[in-house]
Ligand binder design. Structure first.
Ligand code: EZ4
Ligand code: CO
Length: 402
């Protein structure tokens, strides 16, 4: 079954998405998400200029061989642009294989290991009152887990905190916006917030928090320890993770579970974190970690070290990635949690999909393949708009991690 066409589709139904659509000689199509927030055109060009020409004429059934061909064939291994491009091809080929087999992709991955996918949503508030109201809204609609982000007194804007009731969207202006950060204020304030939240909701609800790479290991150790009474499910990205052994220091001091890896693009970014059991959840996901084929390799390594999955699922990952992620989530033995933020109505219309939220769980589509598509005519009505992620500075102007 030869590949006869592969199209790279850019669209901005409220935010930018890049999608690869592969077409075979007998008319079967498959889709893959290729969105890299703030660097969309780099992946689009990588696919158009370097990948599509070598896909035409290849056998669409050879998923593993195509993965190896693109990974080893590039010579320049890894990196978010390359791995996102490979992910898009891999995801589209799994979609095609499912359609040809007449099975949802999770059946090809070994079938169901659970009844539904436990997801968490984002609650954010400038004030504790606003935050408690948002958490109640999630709990009331069946969510079992909520990520809690809070404003910090003295800081005008904080990561993950937007306008109440509006989906938080960090990439906006073509030139990065700039925020100001103060670690001391944050470390002082956050445990007070969690004390209020836990007191209000009791022990049942899973609570998470995302530090977004802003601390040093010893600061993260202090935060983890000060949050222990509130029994977080995870503390996310406490430090930037290039230095994998840096997590040993955090681990030595706190039993607060750690999650890391939304920016990882290969097994090599987390091999030590997993094999030394330095983290509890690995947040790699389909679109940025080389597709279903490579993500499963990461999760298999994680499984033997008692590390669970906790895939990234913010709104900059398209419904195509979400559909693929759910097939992986429902099948693997070591699933932990899935991040899930509903997309806008415009985005849902461009990407018709069969996954759905019911009974507090997300459920993958039962239709053959991934159960998601792109409406190309509708997509064409929303042209790409440049939007960059912000940067973050300390009070004295020093550029800090974002
Ligand atoms: O900032 O997806 O846990 N979720 C996150 C996200 C990321 C964005 C970056 O594109 O940290 O909101
Ligand atoms: Co995060």
């Amino acid at each position: 079954m030869r590949i006869t066409d592969a199209r790279v589709i850019l669209t901005c139904p409220g935010r930018n998405f890049v999608t690869l659509k592969i077409v075979t000689e007998d008319g079967v199509t498959g889709v893959g998400d290729a969105t890299l927030n703030g660097r969309e055109l780099a992946v689009a060009a990588y696919l158009r200029e370097h990948v599509v020409p070598v896909l035409i004429g290849r056998d669409a059934a050879r998923i593993e061989d195509t993965w190896q061909y693109l990974y080893k064939g590039a010579y320049w291994r890894r990196g978010p642009v390359t791995m996102t491009a490979i992910a898009a091809v891999d995801t589209a080929l799994w979609d095609i294989k499912g359609k040809v087999a007449g099975l949802p992709v999770y059946q090809l991955l070994g079938g169901r290991s659970r009844e539904g996918v436990t997801v968490y949503g984002h609650a954010h508030g400038e004030t504790v009152e606003g935050l408690l109201a948002e958490i109640s809204r999630y709990a009331g609609s069946g969510y079992r887990a909520v990520r809690v982000q809070s404003g910090v007194p003295g800081l005008s804007s904080v990561y993950g905190v937007g306008t109440p009731g509006v989906t938080y969207e960090p990439a906006s202006s073509p030139v990065p916006a700039e925020a100001v950060w103060d670690t001391e204020r944050y470390l002082d304030h956050l445990p007070r917030v969690f004390a209020d939240v836990r007191a209000e909701f009791g022990p049942g609800l899973k609570l998470l928090h995302d530090v977004h790479h802003r601390l040093t290991p010893i600061e993260a150790a202090r935060l983890g320890r000060s949050l222990e009474p509130y029994a977080l499910t995870w503390l996310e990205d406490p430090v930037p993770a290039e230095l994998q052994e840096g997590f040993r220091l955090i681990r030595r001091h706190t039993t607060t579970p750690l999650a890391v890896g939304e920016v990882f693009n290969s097994l090599w970014d987390c091999r030590q974190l997993i094999s030394e059991q330095l983290v509890d959840y690995i947040r790699a996901t389909v679109v940025h970690a080389g597709g279903i084929t490579h993500l499963r390799r990461i999760f298999d390594l994680a499984a033997i070290h008692q590390v669970r999955s906790g895939s990234h699922g913010a709104t900059d990952l398209s419904p195509v990635c979400m559909a693929a992620a759910l097939h992986v989530d429902i099948a693997i033995p070591n699933f932990g949690l899935q991040e899930y933020l509903p997309h806008s109505a415009e985005t849902d219309a461009v990407f018709p999909h069969g996954y759905h939220f019911e009974g507090g769980y997300l459920h993958p589509s039962e239709t053959p393949g991934l159960g998601v598509d792109i409406d190309e005519e509708l997509a064409a009505r929303y042209p790409y708009r440049p939007a960059a992620l912000p940067v973050n500075r300390l009070r004295d102007g020093t550029l800090h991690d974002w």
